[in-house]
Design a binder for this molecule. Structure first.
Ligand SMILES: Nc1nc2c(c(=O)[nH]1)N[C@H]1C(S)=C(S)[C@@H](COP(=O)(O)O)O[C@H]1N2
Ligand SMILES: [Mo]
Length: 197
């Protein structure tokens, strides 16, 4: 695995690289199954469950405040990429438009293609989390989740759902695709919360 593409982090990057991770300069694609092809003009995003049901269009997202983000990206399969540059919408801005039931404590992220992943409200509603439609100044490529993905920098990247199209608000924690298949329910990289066994 080490060699041309992956290297052991050297200072000062080592302080920013969680234990057991290796740095990559490229940006590997990690997808279970096929890459869904979704156009921005037909893309829709729905919230339901313990939130007032509502569907957002691409135009709705473009009308929200847009920000640039620089964030590190950590995959549980041990590669990390530092300083990824994105553009998109803060989760905290989006959530101002959602009427959430106070009993909602967990979320299931849903995607085109059927992928799911669970996250707690506390891990989701954070200033540094965002929906991304642009990667290094270019429209987010389909293989990286375009037209829109979630990015949750403080958790392993399997929670950063590609082709995201909905949030289901829940009172109890339910497990998403990888979490049902042995990944940790939370996945905090600095604590190496990789697997549940
Ligand atoms: N819909 C969907 N989202 C997904 C995945 C997936 O297979 N399907 N893979 C996850 C995993 S394991 C990782 S590491 C990141 C990889 O993102 P990238 O392919 O842009 O590097 O996306 C996450 N989001
Ligand atoms: Mo991953």
């Amino acid at each position: 695995m080490l060699g041309k593409f992956f290297k052991k982090p050297e200072s000062p990057d080592s302080e920013r690289t969680p234990p057991g991770q290796y740095l990559t300069k490229g940006f590997p694609v990690l997808t279970y199954g096929n890459t869904p092809r979704v156009n921005a003009d037909t893309w829709q995003f729905r919230v339901w469950g313990l939130a007032k049901e509502k569907t957002f269009s691409w135009a709705d997202f473009m009308a929200m405040p847009q920000h640039n983000f620089t964030a590190d990206f950590h995959c549980v399969t041990r590669w990390s990429k530092l300083d990824v540059q994105w553009t998109g919408v803060k989760v905290t801005d989006f959530m101002k438009l959602v009427e959430v039931d106070p009993k909602a404590a967990y979320i299931m992220e849903h995607c085109y293609g059927g992928y799911t992943t669970n996250i707690s409200m506390d891990d989701f509603v954070r200033e540094e989390n965002f929906f991304a439609h642009t990667l290094f100044g270019e429209p987010l490529p389909p293989e990286h989740g375009g037209p829109m993905r979630l990015v949750v920098p403080h958790i392993y990247a399997w929670k950063s759902a590609k082709w995201i199209n909905g949030l289901e608000f829940l009172s109890q924690e339910e497990l998403g695709f990888w979490e049902r298949n042995g990944y940790h329910r939370r996945g905090e990289p600095w604590a190496e919360e990789r697997y549940s066994y």
